[in-house]
Design a protein around this ligand. Sequence first.
Ligand code: SF4
Ligand code: SF4
Length: 135
Amino acid sequence: MIKKKAILRFDSTTVEKPVTYYLIKKYDLWINILQARFEPSLGGKLVIELRGEKKQLDQAFAYLKEQNIRVDFLEEEISWDKLKCNHCGACVSICPVGALKMNRETYYLEFNYQDCVVCGYCTDACPVQAIEIIF
Ligand code: SF4
Ligand code: SF4
């Protein structure tokens, strides 16, 4: 499961298109609308969070492009505060891609940023808020 945040921009020709309906129905995505601002018949802006499998997301973004809807991604990444971390390991089993691992010799947490898909599960699991999502 991958999570993406994006700004969808509509003009007068695309503002009436029911894109969120199609994103959910056709591509089976989980959608959270964070902000919506529309002027009927002029255009508008939708800030959404989408979750789904990579293939579904790729197909959905191709669909938006075909519909002439501009998509700007809000990039985000995980920040791990080593000083706050007490190496309890609570985040390790929750990570779906194994980006968080305990070093078996030192019993310290190791974070492989390259593997992280920014799903955000570890931020909820950490008891001391040592992991945060940053934009
Ligand atoms: S956000 Fe946390 S749980 Fe999700 S992939 Fe990255 S390290 Fe793992
Ligand atoms: S859950 Fe938090 S404190 Fe525990 S190992 Fe992970 S980052 Fe460190």
